[in-house]
Design a protein. Sequence first.
Length: 121
Amino acid sequence: MEFLKENAEYFGRKAFEAIKKKPKFVLFFVGQAIQLYVKYILAKELDDYLKTHNLRILFQKPAKIDAKTEKFYDENADIFDLLEEAYITARYLDKEYSVKSAEKALALLEKFKEEFKKWLA
């Protein structure tokens, strides 16, 4: 399941690269990175992961392992809502996001990696 972590890291790098030219892709890439990191955690801890892109659902499963995952989601729900929206709009709609929203998404990714580093090591 290491490929999940490797793919998450790739999307994270791409998110930082996109900040200068396409903020909407920052949100898309951050959403992808976090989805894959959560799936990686689930695969490590439970030997399986959910086949969904819904961040709310993804964060509910690891809450059974550690309650801080649900708290993390709740504290950042506004940004997670943007990430879920960007999952569709970045690919199919002509909607742009602000650099400020992109910066918040990048900060969330870094916060996630710090908060859950014991599982990502």
